[in-house]
Design a protein around this ligand. Structure first.
Ligand code: B12
Ligand code: SF4
Length: 434
């Protein structure tokens, strides 16, 4: 069979990828699914963030992936292929959370991880017995995760070319996070030899480990870091603030080549953190965490969210002051978003506070529910304000001058150029044409 795997991009970027900037990473989901496909089939990958979908060629099967914000575009693609008689299958976080919605546009939905389900689905399709829903009884054994088919994408089109994964899931269950819903709070780790073999095949290039919490199981992280250290490569990944409980792991991460960590700091208010199930973030320890990372040559990309119950209009200025004092290298700011399937989504639905029904707007750049402590307008304006303030030259200098890190400077400078403009663009009227 000719199988076309497609990663849908958000509608507002569709047809004008220059507004997106250079996409960050190639789609690991589709490169993994391609690797799970029996060799007798011919697979191609189209990532809409770098290229247009060719609707003139009719494959035997289209496999779609989309995060929630890109789901409306995925449905457009599905509708178009199905009008031409091409069967369409969808998987990923959004379709797994809302399979009935997806089934209005596609022939079949894969709920959860594809490792065992995808080969079964292909065999059923060949037999003429494609099922509407594929769902695993148990979470797949991480030893069955194959090395990704990177040969099917043009990696030069991406900022970071080599992504891979060592673990799936996270031991925590923050109320806004899809990870704990999707992976059911399991934390499963790939055999270290598999991860190292895959990493070693990438020629020593910098890596992105897309794990949600690389230090979720300290004993595994320790062994993984030891093994990665031998490769003499560098990498960036994600970890929770709980890493501070095992400071030696931070040292080992640095020795293994870790140069940047994305950390969900989320809020500087303990009560707000408790409201979203993230009590384990100890605000008084944030500065110590940043200091320890810096002492070990690791930059921090801190993520903060606004619009949590209890947040008042002064939250933006207080957070900006704090992030500057703490010398956060790079920050991602977003508006709390009730992604489907999460505890937050169910809570806000019960409270009848969700007003946005267009998934395209679920990308963290605008209010989608009625906030408690300020108006929607103030929340939206606050996000723009904090991007401009945090990426002002004054703030960049204050945060980064004491550590001469050319890459961090460059990233801050890019944000400086784009910050305010970026938020405005993100909120522009959606382009719905094809
Ligand atoms: C890397 C990443 C990104 C990259 C994506 C790069 C890329 N081209 O893929 C970047 C940085 C661009 C990004 C952006 C965003 N992200 Co993101 N991202 C991730 C992250 C950390 C890893 C994804 C990954 O590669 N996983 C590895 C692969 C192998 O796993 P997988 O995708 O789940 O695929 C498996 C299954 O889902 C299934 N499957 C998936 N697709 C398909 C398709 C078919 C046909 C089949 C059969 C099966 C199948 O099979 C795969 C193998 O088992 C996840 C967290 C996570 N754990 O997934 C968040 C995550 C997916 N992101 C999230 C969010 C919210 C965003 C943003 C909105 C953030 C923002 N504020 O800007 C944007 C939206 C971008 C968009 N286009 O819509 C949420 C999504 C929730 C949701 N409901 O959609 C997550 C879950 C994080 C979280 N904590 O909640 N992200
Ligand atoms: S710690 Fe991070 S990945 Fe884990 S549940 Fe919370 S937000 Fe999600």
């Amino acid at each position: 069979m000719e199988i076309r795997l497609i990663a849908a991009e958000r509608l507002r970027y569709h047809g004008d990828s220059s507004r997106l900037g250079q996409p960050l990473f190639p789609p690991l989901s589709l490169m993994t699914i391609a690797a799970l496909t029996p060799e007798k089939h011919n697979v191609t990958i189209t990532d809409e963030s770098v290229e247009a979908v060719d609707f003139d060629q009719k494959p035997d099967l289209v496999g779609l992936t989309a995060m929630t914000a890109a789901a409306p575009r995925a449905y457009q693609i599905a509708d178009r292929f199905r009008q031409q008689g091409v069967p369409v299958v969808m998987g990923g976080m959004h379709a797994s959370a809302l399979p009935d919605e997806a089934l209005q546009h596609v022939d079949s939905v894969v709920i959860g991880e594809a490792e065992e389900l995808w080969p079964q689905l292909l065999a059923d399709l060949e037999d003429g017995s494609l099922q509407p829903v594929y769902r695993h009884e148990e979470y797949p054994d991480p030893a069955t995760i194959p090395a990704a088919r990177r040969d099917l994408v043009d990696i030069n089109k991406y900022v970071a070319k080599y992504t891979l994964q060592a673990s799936r899931g996270c031991p925590f269950a923050c109320s806004f996070c899809t990870v704990s819903t999707f992976f059911g709070r399991t934390y499963r780790t790939r055999p270290i030899e598999d991860v190292v073999a895959e990493a070693a095949s990438l020629g020593g290039e910098p890596l992105i480990l897309v794990d949600d919490n690389i230090m979720g199981k300290p004993s595994y992280a320790e062994r993984l870091f030891e093994a990665l250290a031998d490769l003499k490569t560098t990498f960036a990944t994600q970890a929770s603030t709980t890493m501070l409980k095992s400071p030696e792991l931070i040292v080992q991460a640095a020795e293994a080549g870790c140069r940047a960590l994305f950390v969900g700091l989320e809020s500087i208010s303990p009560q707000q953190l408790a409201n979203v199930g993230k009590k384990f973030n100890v605000v008084e320890k944030y500065k110590e965490l940043v200091q320890r990372l810096h002492d070990n040559g690791i930059s921090i990309i801190g993520s903060f969210m606004f619009g949590l119950d209890g947040d008042k209009p002064d939250v933006f200025e207080r957070t900006a002051d704090f992030a500057e004092e703490a010398q956060i290298d790079i920050a991602q700011f977003s508006i709390l978003t009730p992604l489907p399937g999460t505890k937050l989504y169910h809570q806000l639905q019960r409270e009848d506070r969700i007003f946005e029904d267009d998934w395209s707007n679920y990308d963290g750049t605008r209010a989608t529910f009625v906030p408690q402590g300020m108006s929607r307008e103030k929340l939206d304006a606050g996000l723009q304000w904090i991007y401009e303030r945090f990426y002002s030259w004054r703030s960049i200098f204050k945060r980064t001058a004491s550590r001469l890190q050319p890459l961090i400077w460059t990233i801050n400078a890019i944000y400086h150029r784009r910050a305010g403009k970026w938020v405005t663009e993100m909120r522009q009227q959606l382009t719905t044409g094809e």
